[in-house]
Design a binder for this molecule. Sequence first.
Ligand code: HEC
Length: 195
Amino acid sequence: MRSHLRVMTVALAVVITGLAYAPAPAALYIDDDIAKAVKSIADAISSGKTATKDAEALAKKNELMDVMAAFKAKDKGGLGAGAGTVGKIDGIESTIQVMAKKELDKATVKKSAADWVKMADVSRAIAEVAGFYDNKIKDVKTNKPEPKKWKGYNDEMKKYSEDLAKAAKAEDSAGVFKAAKALNDACINCHGDFR
Ligand code: HEC
């Protein structure tokens, strides 16, 4: 009886130790439900509807990290920029970074325009969701949320995503460059303070 108990205790200890040392589940690939919700919010916004309720619901259920994952390279688990990819990496973030570097040639703009509109709509949708984390995520310097500052960056992300969609729709290469640069700055500045 006693030895039986000891075996149980050892077994239990092994289980507990195993749990303690199990690696944290890495959110490598964007969750299917999150991807679906982000795309549907993007569609709603692009057809002039407000998707505030859906964005809020998504924000309540998930970590911002797991929503922002949409921006990552496709082979790192993001949505990817598909045929709209410019540069070597198929990812929305990396494509915005390439677009922000210099004005792209007219042929590339014409070929990619429709996919860039979709990409900009996804970015606009994520900004809609990110607005609901203003009181959750801490400024790395002050170590507390800074909702005003957060809203400032987030509003820039909304505006320049919209500008990017408009410029892409118009196949306006100078406008695409300008909007992508401003959008990329919003990403960088917010990450600088909050990530
Ligand atoms: C209002 C602030 C804000 C803006 C604007 C913003 N981000 Fe983020 N982003 C964050 C924070 C904060 C995190 C980290 C979240 C965490 O650690 O919980 C993050 C994380 C990420 C990640 C990492 C996701 C992962 O799974 O590793 C990527 C990629 C990303 N952002 C891309 C972008 C891109 C691209 C833009 C601009 C188009 C952007 N972000 C704009 C705040 C922002």
